[in-house]
Design a binder for this molecule. Sequence first.
Ligand code: ATP
Length: 445
Amino acid sequence: MAKRTLTGTSLDTLVSLAKRRGFIFQSSEIYGGLSSVWDYGPVGVELKRNVKDAWWKSMVRERDDVVGIDASILMHPDVWVASGHLAGFSDPLVECNDCHRRFREDQVEGDVCPNCGGGFGPARQFNLLLKTFLGPVEEDAATVYLRPETAQAMFVNFENVQTTSRKKIPFGIAQIGKSFRNEITPGNFTFRTREFEQMEMEFFCEPGTDDDWHDYWMNFSLNWFKKYGLRGEKLLLRVHEADELPHYSKASADVEYEFPWGWGELETISNRTDFDLKAHSEKSGKDLSYFDDQKKERYVPFVVEPAMGADRSALAFLADAYDEEGEGKEMRVVLRFHPDIAPFQVAVLPLSKKETLSPTAQRVHELLRPYFNTQYDDTQSIGRRYRRQDEIGTPLCVTVDFDTLDDDAVTIRNRDTMEQVRVSIENLESAIRDLLTQMRTDAKG
Ligand code: ATP
């Protein structure tokens, strides 16, 4: 793995870096902000997109047994009746008798209010579904819900996808998309928000093979985070106790990461049994069983689900990449992202803004941008520009200097080692490929 000097950092440091460098801003900031709602800036959007692309590539494009969908956020309200969300998607809420602040009962320690020390009233169940209305009339008949998970679209589309893709069981359906939950206590930056993005995959398998598939997907998930550079010692797999299991699950385990405030869930891998397909068959009247034509047998498939948050994962990648080197004025902040997670892979930096360098620097940029996610920066001193690229975690900087005009060669600077190598422009693309390949290997957690 890319060597870090620091073992971790504070959340405040990450929040301020995120704002300063254009990763994440508070939503509607000029109006005073909307609590716990965040916007990704020009650098953050690339980070989060890379996280989603890496997942999609590992989960869908590199596999024969998983296909993707992109379903609507709004679904028929009966979906949430059948799934159990309308009746049971709730958290226990307690309210302080003095300051009237509300908390999730399982997230407060002891029985006093963390805000004012007051006592709590009795806990009650608070439904997390967010509602809206379809059509011009605000009435109960028009009520629909913003999906609290993407998974249900995979269940209700099971037959459409299976017949059109001609996949045989075992196979999975994956989706990346927004979900909404009216969380009682959002917080810790983008860790818990009311609007967030999920990356979920429902893997349909024959009953009796589900335990093995559950093991397989737990390992796959843990290894996926390591492959993209999260340090192994900051990751763990926590198996749920029986009393923690949601109503649909036979067994669940969380991949947890050690965030600046402590361990937190990145992903849950659940054995959802045949609960969802059966519930939707019953409610819709549509038979969602599967005919296994090799075994000549009909059954309702079991489902194993790896369910991951894109925002939480992006935050974990940011926290894990953060490093500082040196002290005082010499101190260098550097984000040691895996090259496929880093917002930009290559920055092209003319040594100065002088007109003589611009055409060559632009030519180098045009040469590289079809193959790598690049940035061009010719403002401020070169030292400051290196510092800026280090702070957004760009693995390689290509510097065009006055010698370039004579020798048609440029300097490549490595983010982690700060080593510089001189390469001819002709060989630049392949030199960059080689360096990125090496950095990918080094990043493994
Ligand atoms: P938690 O226990 O933290 O409330 P959960 O167990 O309810 O989460 P799941 O329903 O398993 O979460 O959702 C799968 C993933 O979606 C989570 O592991 C997390 O990464 C992400 N996720 C869930 N809720 C939120 C949220 N409010 N904000 C950001 N990401 C979330």
